[in-house]
Design a binder for this molecule. Structure first.
Ligand code: FES
Length: 173
């Protein structure tokens, strides 16, 4: 297990010094922690920032955040597990979040999800072999008026139809 000081210096779990670009990422995460004054209430925002910077919430980052916010690590993992937008495994280049909230569900979210699964050959929680797409389900992404909705990265795709899935995904190289 990596010591927290090692994490802070950008040293990977294997003990190898991280590439310079990763040290810069750690510095940015540290800035976020300081911006929120290490407030436990800012846990979700800091986890968001960590995932934005590193792509997923790996163990050393979780340890670091729990330590800085003086929270039990079990609490941090509990929050990560509760929210579907957090991931503990590496994600593909493009993350697709299919909304399965109530408004989307009644407007055919299941059909959209099945179409995407079929198109990509993966299930929610998985990543395509070429590392291009990860598929996840979300509860509500706040665009109920556009149901059924899927997000690809930060882009919202509303009023989705199964027949449009292939074309929609192809836009993301
Ligand atoms: S239920 Fe899908 S965006 Fe709200």
């Amino acid at each position: 297990m990596t010591s927290l000081s090692a994490v802070h210096q950008g040293i990977s779990r294997s003990g190898v010094v991280a590439a310079p670009y990763e040290q810069a990422l750690f510095a940015e995460l540290q800035m976020a922690v300081e911006f929120y004054e290490r407030a436990p209430d800012a846990l979700i925002q800091i986890l968001h920032r960590a995932q934005e910077l590193f792509g997923y919430l790996r163990e050393d980052l979780v340890e670091y955040i729990a330590h800085e916010l003086r929270l039990p690590i079990s609490r941090v993992y509990g929050v990560i597990g509760f929210y579907s937008f957090f991931s503990r495994v590496p994600q593909g280049k493009h993350t697709i979040n299919v909304c399965t909230g109530t408004a989307c569900y009644v407007r055919g979210a299941e059909t959209i999800l099945r179409s995407i699964e079929k198109e990509l050959g993966i299930q929610p929680g998985e990543t395509t072999a070429d590392g291009r797409y990860s598929l996840r389900c979300a509860r509500c992404v706040g665009a109920c008026g556009l149901a059924p909705v899927a997000m690809v990265g930060d882009h919202v795709h509303g009023h989705l139809r199964s027949s449009e899935i292939r074309k929609t995904l192809k836009a993301y190289k």
